[in-house]
Design a protein around this ligand. Sequence first.
Ligand code: HEC
Length: 157
Amino acid sequence: MSQGRIVVILLSMIVGFSVFVHFFTAAVAPPDVDQSVMTFSLSRPRAPSEARKLESPVPFSKEMVEKGDEIYHGKGNCYVCHGPTGKGDGDAGVLLSPKPTNLTDPNLHLLRRDGELFWAIKHGVEGTGMFSYAPRMISEEEAWIVIQYVRTLKEER
Ligand code: HEC
């Protein structure tokens, strides 16, 4: 076999292999996958681990849940992004990527302690539209109160 032929065979093998890899990997990771959805999967904590130890100074009560409801739909403006019923579908949230957290998701309530929710309200979530809301817009105490309301948004499976 001439050297020219061997080169041609080798080249077509390389081209064939790259075409195969191209289509194969395209099938595994379609180019239109929203990367932010993967990076911002719920299982990734939004707060450092020490936030799990923070305890609310406000004992749970029906009155505080009602007060939290008022903060959520009032001075806290949480509903604007997280939606009036907490589903993450507020008017100002639609254009955000990642999307505002769905506060009704049972997995959120399973995965996050109160301290982690507090940490997110106090410091915001880096790389997202969630800014620091306490003590800028609501006091730290009001943040703990709004968390009592957020806990009642949890949907049953
Ligand atoms: C400008 C839109 C916007 C407003 C207003 C807003 N949020 Fe958020 N919020 C977000 C986004 C975006 C995220 C981040 C989503 C993510 O991390 O995937 C987030 C994340 C959170 C988280 C963290 C969830 C987690 O995964 O631990 C909590 C808790 C939260 N918001 C509560 C509130 C509360 C309470 C208010 C009102 C005081 C509020 N947010 C106001 C957009 C908003």
